[in-house]
Design a protein around this ligand. Structure first.
Ligand code: SAM
Length: 418
């Protein structure tokens, strides 16, 4: 049985776009049967009235249940048994449940099994509430009131177009490339999509990221995942609740990931007035792939990676051993000791829980190594980081100065027992 969609509206012409593009093609190819009906066909008075004033008073008009009942009985034929695989009465309303990709998938499932969706497009103040109540009581009709967003439209037609387009493109055979559905925003991984680029490689001075032209598919997949996680964290942090941060020890093969991450995050800990050149020079000299390879071989160091949804978003590096700086060595009260030397999380992920997970794992590893205390240096002006360290039990022990490029900088030295 062909999937069937009926739309009932007082403005059937509003639904004309259903003849166009992919939905229009799907109809032509017989993948879905869509019919648009004029609600006024079911009125019985001379003026073809569909609305009346609200009981209880108030502004605006409400659509009459008797007219809607006639229309929906005709369109849905409840109890008629013609659609054993499911009948859905879909009512767009700003007071409905938020329409999501999950609901689109459920509705596409109903259609793919030869089911039916009838969309009732309200106008004015909406449809008399007894209409949904009545059809919800029918065993073979599922009523779904959905909102396409937190704003108010004049009528349900645009919402109907939104829902139908989102659902029909999921039907088997409608899209040429089925993989494009899987890889999109709001897909199975619950992330927004990574940014996309095509020809030309340089446009108005803006270059396509070099990695996408590298041909290295493994690194491209990692890069896309990182960008997807970053974008989701920035734009829709609520979606990341489904992806708690995890922490693991860095392995030999992670040197490249670490060097990339270190280069991308180093500036986060720099004072705001530090020059690009100074920062770039520091990254070139100190945060190289070779350095990280060496760090990963060094038994006195432990490097941890934080991952969110499979993307590396932060790292720490700690070093067990005597502080090189004699002043710090004199100030640190316990022996043996360790330095939390690097602690970086991508800016967009600062509120994702990744930093706390990294800190917990870093301190736990220090305890496992039998270390009674750990110290760190944090830029004196980096109030955000200092707050974070204080929250995790560190207190100020003293200060130190160091050089980045041409500048003298000063750090706070902080310490905590374990
Ligand atoms: N009085 C209604 C309320 O406050 O919930 C608003 C009615 S609205 C002016 C008229 C019609 O537009 C609704 O019955 C519904 O069909 C449609 N509509 C408006 N905003 C919508 C939204 N965000 N999502 C889905 N449908 C919407």
């Amino acid at each position: 049985m062909t999937a069937r969609i009926d739309v009932v509206s007082i403005f059937p012409d509003y639904l004309a776009p259903l003849d166009l593009s992919l939905v229009g093609k799907a109809r032509q190819r017989g993948l879905v049967d869509i019919a648009v009906h004029d609600l006024r066909a079911w009125t019985s008075d001379r003026h073809r009235t569909v609305d009346d004033t609200p009981f209880g008073g108030g502004a605006g008009m409400v659509m009459r249940p008797d007219v809607w009942g006639q229309a929906l009985d005709a369109v849905l034929d409840p109890g008629g048994g013609a659609r054993p695989s499911g009948r859905v009465l879909l009512v767009p309303t700003p007071a409905g449940e938020p329409f999501t990709q999950r609901i689109a998938e459920e509705l596409a499932g109903v259609l793919a099994d030869g089911g039916q969706i009838a969309v009732a497009c309200g106008r004015y103040e909406g449809i008399d509430s007894r209409v949904t109540e009545h059809y919800a009581a029918h065993q073979d009709v599922q009523v779904r009131e959905v909102s396409i967003g937190d704003y108010v439209l004049n009528g349900g037609e645009v919402a109907a177009l939104v829902v139908i387009e989102a659902v029909v493109r999921l039907l088997p055979g409608v899209l040429g490339n089925a993989a494009s559905v899987v890889e999109e925003s709001h897909g199975a991984d619950g992330l927004l999509e990574h940014p996309s680029y095509t020809q030309p490689p340089v446009w108005r001075g803006l270059e396509v990221p070099e990695i996408l032209r590298s041909g290295d598919h493994g690194r491209i997949a990692d890069w896309r995942r990182e960008r997807a996680v970053e974008r989701t964290a920035r734009v829709r942090p609520d979606l990341l609740a489904a992806h708690p941060a995890t922490v693991r020890a860095a392995r030999k093969g992670d040197a490249e990931v670490l060097a990339d991450l270190a280069a991308a995050t180093f500036r986060l800990a720099c004072p705001p007035d530090m020059s690009e050149e100074d920062m770039a020079a520091y990254v070139r000299e100190h945060l190289t792939l070779e350095r990280f390879r060496g760090y990963l071989r060094d038994k006195h160091r432990w490097l941890l990676l934080a991952e969110v949804a499979g993307a590396v978003v932060g790292y720490t590096m700690s070093i067990a051993g005597e502080p090189v700086d004699p002043e710090i060595a004199a100030a640190v009260p316990t022996r043996p000791t360790a330095e939390l030397s690097k602690f970086y999380v991508r800016a967009a992920l600062h509120r994702s829980g990744a930093a706390s997970a990294l800190m917990d794992a870093t301190l736990a590893t220090a305890r496992e190594r039998g270390l009674p205390g750990i110290w760190l240096g944090v830029h004196g002006q980096n109030e955000r980081a200092k707050r974070f360290y204080r929250k995790h039990g560190f207190a100020r022990l003293g200060g130190r100065t160091f050089t980045v490029g041409s500048r003298r900088e000063s750090d706070d030295v902080m310490y905590r027992t374990l």
